[in-house]
Design a protein around this ligand. Structure first.
Ligand code: C5P
Length: 272
């Protein structure tokens, strides 16, 4: 029997997120630029007759290990799609805050798909995973890739995007400690189309969910101000539907100095 396999569920940041319109299916049409931190949650798996999940880590308390958990849903979906008779004993180390705009649940689901494709030795794993990913959540396809990419429509139509200013960029991600419901934040969008996203101009782009998120969690505004005040902060923005915000820095020293001044949950990292 092989031993444990491990994957990182890389934290997702939306470097830009333009909301263009409401769709008839309750979703919104987006133009977004996804990037990924080098760190995140970790998931381990080993062979077992059935699928099970244990959750540890600083944010474990916010999750249940039932069939609603995205890790279990991803595992069951892959098991059904491949017809494998195998299961897996999964363990999730939950480091990222939950409902935080960092794609934590989506990244966990995506990492589970990558991990079980390896553990179960699935043929044509990429096609199989691609067929399942978007059914688990709009940003799961981007999280499966976990490389910088643009996202269109619900965020699930992805295209790789290369920019030498992104890979390796020192990044501080911070969260004021209040969970935000993604549907509620989208529901508060003002319906005004602020225009298309040119991904090459992401530094001067927007997150169109910021105003709605701030109405629900006013401390996001002070977090953004605090990050903007930090010496060396080049781009400061909210990620996804919040409440997490990020700042990109020109140097690791500037990032780490800023991290010492942020009195909230934070992760000092770099972009992949
Ligand atoms: O696909 P996912 O389950 O991650 O989306 C959660 C919720 O976020 C959706 O039910 C919807 O309310 C909102 N959403 C949206 N438009 C998107 C993505 C998500 O309205 N493009």
């Amino acid at each position: 029997m092989s031993g444990k396999l491990r994957e990182t569920a890389y934290a997702k940041v939306n470097l830009a997120l333009h909301v263009r319109s409401r769709r008839d299916d309750g979703y919104h049409r987006l133009e977004t630029l996804f990037a990924f931190a080098r760190e995140g949650d970790t998931i381990e798996a080993e062979d077992a007759p059935d699928i099970s999940l244990a959750i540890t880590g600083p944010n474990a308390g916010a999750l249940c290990n039932d069939r609603g958990n995205l890790v279990i849903r991803a595992a069951l979906a892959l098991q059904a799609a491949t017809g494998t008779g195998r299961g897996a004993r999964l363990s999730l180390h939950k480091r990222l805050p939950v409902a935080a705009g960092l794609g934590g649940g989506s990244a966990d689901a995506a990492a589970t798909l990558r991990l079980l494709a390896r553990l179960w030795g699935i043929d044509a794993a990429d096609q199989c995973i691609a067929a399942i990913a978007a059914t688990l959540g709009a940003d799961v396809p981007a999280c499966v890739l976990s490389e910088t990419c643009t996202g269109g429509e619900r965020g699930d139509i992805i295209m790789p995007f290369a920019d030498p200013g992104i890979a390796g960029k020192p990044t501080l991600i911070a969260n004021p400690g209040v969970a935000l419901s993604t549907p509620q934040v989208f529901a508060g969008w003002d319906g005004k189309d602020g225009g298309a996203l040119d991904p090459r101009g992401w530094r001067n782009a927007r997150n169109d969910l910021t105003a709605s998120a701030i109405r629900l969690v006013p401390s996001i505004a002070s977090l953004l101000e605090l990050l903007k005040e930090q010496p060396g902060a080049e781009v400061v923005r909210m990620s996804g539907s919040g409440a997490s915000c990020f700042a990109l820095f020109g140097s690791i020293e500037a990032r780490d100095a800023a991290a010492r001044r942020v009195p909230f949950w934070h992760m000092a990292t770099s972009l992949r």
